[in-house]
Design a protein around this ligand. Structure first.
Ligand code: URA
Length: 428
């Protein structure tokens, strides 16, 4: 590999010049190997954030990130491997339902997931609320579980895009997360290396999401779809609303309970709608539309897959879920229609109650979180319970309630205009 001077590469991007393929390959490989100092990569990331990457540079950066580790390959499985990714939202428990649902439709669903940081929850934290369930699977265990059960949710091992592991941690502390090319390459390198043949992306948009506007969310979605297609992965994206939480629960065990309700054929309409839309995207792309995801939810096949998926990873699906010891109720401030129940505010409240962590290795409380009793558009009466806050640490109530004051919850005499959950679709 050609070797460059880090200062020259930084200066090129600082001066708005395009980086060559060779410069990009070297920068990513040398940083991963510890040959570029953190302060130099910070400067390069800031130059990329400020001056951008064109499509070729982003595709090459993504390729270089994938090449830093090993790419999984499920082509020898008897099932087509599909994957779903969400850019992170409040109350987003869709993976818990989609993975077993698609397994019930005859697909393999390797969901390499992470733990939550800040106000968005992590899928592994949610499943760890289930008694006995373990997140770590070896590559052999993962392949065997996909063959037998069809779905596995597990921790991404250290070999999956090590460049991103290092770079994302650096971007987090240098104000360089918010670059669309860096976000797109970070997410897509992990998804492409994850080995699925088809991918659907749920790009969240609104107060509780990374992307605050539909325009930025669509830009990110479009770029990720192009990167996926370039790498030979069938990719489509939905831009979906995250101005208010998804479903009625936010918090680890609370969200598992709601996911199980959807698997049982019930649950909130918004969670069902998004689950089925994402599942139908993947089932169709992988040639299994005839397996009918809606029927698999209704007739119990998806629930059977959930039980098999949990049991395969040591979990006891029949054990009661943890419940927090303390609760407090938040009531409606006035009579009228609920016009705002802010996703970020509810996410922060759940986090402060103990459902999330501030630092990578903080513990989480399985039972902590927020249970909503109304959703935007509902008619409410002053004093009616709107939400229950749950925690094992009652000293946390004050800070959680503070997150829900101000304009986090609003009512008005007239109902708000309907806001669709699915804002747009990008893909072939
Ligand atoms: N999620 C990722 O994995 N990477 C980013 O850069 C942002 C969100």
């Amino acid at each position: 590999m050609e070797i460059f001077d880090a200062v020259e590469v930084i200066a090129a991007k600082r001066d708005r010049r395009e980086l060559s393929d060779a410069q990009i390959d070297w920068a990513v490989a040398a940083y991963t190997a510890g040959q570029i100092a953190a302060e130099q990569m910070s400067a390069l990331a800031m130059a990329i954030l400020l001056n951008g990457f064109n499509r070729r540079e982003t595709a090459r950066w993504t390729r270089a990130m994938i090449a830093s580790g090993r790419r999984l390959d499920f082509s020898a499985l008897g099932r087509v491997a599909v994957d779903k990714h969400s850019t992170g939202g409040v109350g987003d428990k869709i993976t818990l339902v989609v993975a077993p649902l698609l397994a019930a439709c005859g697909l393999a669903v390797p969901q390499l997931s992470g733990r939550g940081l800040g106000h968005t929850g992590g899928t592994l934290d949610k499943l760890e609320a289930v008694k006995g369930w373990r997140a770590d699977l070896s590559a052999e265990e993962l392949a065997a579980q996909l063959e037998r059960v069809g779905a596995a949710v597990c921790a991404a091992g250290p070999g999956l895009v090590p460049a991103d592991r290092k770079l994302y941690a650096l971007r987090d502390v240098t104000g360089t997360v918010e670059s669309i090319p860096l976000i797109a390459s970070s997410i897509m390198s992990k998804k492409i290396a994850g080995g699925a043949a088809h991918l659907v992306l749920d790009v969240k948009c609104g107060s509780g999401a990374f992307m605050k506007t539909p325009e930025r969310a669509a830009e990110l979605a479009g770029l990720m779809v192009e990167l996926g297609l370039d790498a030979g992965v069938g990719t489509a994206a939905l831009v979906t609303d995250m101005s208010t939480p998804l479903g009625r629960t936010v918090g680890n065990a609370l969200e598992v309970r709601e996911a199980v309700a959807v698997l049982a054929g019930g649950g909130p309409a918004d969670v069902r709608e998004l689950t089925l839309t994402l599942a139908e995207e993947l089932a169709t792309a992988a040639g299994r539309a005839h397996a009918d995801p809606a029927a698999a939810l209704a007739d119990g096949r998806a629930m059977d897959s959930w039980r098999a998926m949990i049991a395969a990873q040591g979990g006891d699906w029949s054990a009661p879920l943890p419940q927090a010891r303390w609760s407090e109720v938040i009531t409606a401030p006035a009579t009228g229609f609920l016009t705002r129940l802010d996703a970020l505010a509810v996410g922060v409240a759940a986090w402060r109650l103990g459902a999330g962590r501030a630092r990578q290795d903080d513990p989480v409380e399985a039972g902590a979180g927020v249970e909503l009793h109304a959703q935007v558009g509902d008619r409410v009466t002053a004093g009616q319970p709107l939400a229950t806050l749950w925690t094992d640490t009652p000293e946390r109530f004050g800070a959680a309630q503070a997150a829900l004051t101000g304009d986090a919850i609003q009512t008005a005499p007239a109902p708000p205009p309907p806001r669709p959950l699915i804002l747009s679709r990008i893909g072939s």
